[in-house]
Write a protein that binds this ligand. Structure first.
Ligand code: HEM
Length: 411
């Protein structure tokens, strides 16, 4: 049992990196206190996390393996209750997880994703064209105008979400990572996203199309044991949310790095490093998913000299893992695209590793150079210290990214 004082997690996510450093000061595996006073464990050490992520004794199913949840001690007023109530890969373990993963993973194989390239390029170019009509020197929010609509349009097209319902269908996922919501807002969000997603599935059942939602519905109708109705809705919710939120953060964080570190941007301009170095270094220093709930040991598990008792909740601190000095050196906090070693686990590791990796990489590898090629003068429109954090501890992004695509007109 760890007797050190648990780090109290800041629900507003003001500085997820400083928080990860405080957690690491207690050790790579240490106690944290979540909003609502729930005690949990956080793993911020790279090696400890690699072990935990491949250890089959860690379940993701709160119904079976979170003792306090199963005993009814975790109420609707727990601000992260949405993460326990989902019915998808986020909360599935063992055979259930393999079954759900099999149904969706093949849709995102490198070959299938290659076939999506034309869509990705078209959506990015359309958005860049729209940005091209901005007035000289106009200040725009690049997150709202590009980093969000780009992956969200791509994933909505892949899943056949009609344009008029996209904002509603995606809202549940956005709110699910907002750790500043009140318990009442969390409950209302869960009710609302269930309603919206069920309506979307019903509509798709009546009007199937050439899209992945129709494929999942067909798989379910063929054999109900492959996917329950609740899992179908939960899986769609997960894929639409993960298809948008972390990609958006990766774009925002990479652009932010380029706009706040002119020396790093020059390295790209001069060809000293490639965009792939910038992307990998952004993934390492600014992991888009900061601190992910939940895992639950199915028995007492010892990792890095600490015993995590059976049935207690564990979070994986991806933002801290990339900055672990034990693998990336004492200057691990420093963004340096020339680093040869850019160790991170920002797409996860082991059997839960990100299904969307090939799609996310295709999106960022096209969008980032295309943006800087189209707008070589792009600059931050506010002082670097005025760029606000996203306001969540689960994700790592910015509230907005105010930029000028061209310099202001001189009088
Ligand atoms: C930069 C973009 C992305 C990042 C950084 C990212 C990160 C992650 C991480 C860290 C995990 C592991 C979660 C765990 O261990 O519990 C994960 C899993 C997952 N990701 Fe991504 N993701 C990204 C993009 C995407 C995209 C585009 C999709 C596809 C629509 C997607 C779908 C998923 C799914 C379904 C899982 C669950 C896998 C499982 O439980 O077996 N992700 N992602």
């Amino acid at each position: 049992m760890d007797e050190r004082c648990p780090v109290v997690i800041d629900p507003t996510g003001q500085d997820v990196h400083a928080e990860a450093r405080r957690i690491r000061a207690n050790g790579p595996v240490s106690r944290v206190e979540l909003p609502g006073g729930v005690l949990a464990w956080s793993i911020v050490g790279h090696d400890a996390a690699s072990r935990a992520l491949t250890d089959v004794r860690f379940s993701k199913d709160p119904r079976k393996h979170w003792t306090a949840f199963a005993n009814g001690e975790i109420g609707q007023d727990f601000p992260l209750i949405g993460w326990a109530l989902m019915d998808n890969m986020t909360t599935a373990y063992g055979r259930d997880h393999s079954r759900l993963r099999r149904l969706t993973a093949k849709a995102f194989s490198p070959r299938r994703v290659e076939a999506m390239r034309a869509k990705v390029v078209r959506v990015a170019n359309d958005l860049l064209d729209e940005l091209g009509s901005c007035a000289t020197g106009e200040v725009i929010d690049l997150k709202a105008r590009f980093a969000h609509p780009f992956p969200s349009r791509v994933i909505c097209e892949i899943f056949g979400v009609p344009e008029e319902s996209r904002a509603e269908v995606l809202r549940g996922g956005e709110q699910n990572v907002d750790t500043t919501l009140t318990p009442e807002e969390v409950t209302a969000n869960i009710e609302q996203w269930h309603k919206v997603m069920h309506a979307f599935v019903e509509d798709k059942r009546r009007n199937p199309g050439d899209d992945l939602t129709s494929d999942l519905i067909a798989a379910q109708e063929e054999d109900g044991s492959r996917l329950t109705e609740s899992e179908l809705v939960g899986t769609l919710f997960l894929l639409l949310a993960t298809g948008t939120e972390p990609v958006m953060n990766l774009i925002v964080n990479a652009v932010h790095a380029m706009l706040t570190m002119p020396d790093q941007r020059d390295l790209v301009r001069t060809g000293t490093v490639g965009w792939s170095d910038v992307i990998e270094e952004t993934l390492r220093v600014e992991a888009p998913v900061a601190h992910l709930p939940f895992r639950f040991p199915t028995e007492d598990v010892e990792i890095a000299g600490v015993t995590i008792p059976k049935g207690e909740p564990v979070l994986i601190g991806f933002a801290g893992i990339g900055r672990d000095p034990a693998v990336n050196g004492e200057d691990a906090d420093q963004f340096d695209a020339t680093r040869t070693n850019k160790e991170h686990l920002s797409f996860g590791h082991g059997i839960y590793r990100c299904i969307g990796y090939p799609l996310a990489m295709q999106e960022i590898e096209f969008a980032l150079p295309a943006l800087f090629q189209r707008f070589p003068e792009i600059a931050l429109a506010v002082a670097p210290q005025e760029v606000r954090p996203q306001g969540t501890f689960i994700m790592n992004g910015r509230k907005e990214l105010l930029v000028r695509l061209t310099p202001p007109a001189t009088a």
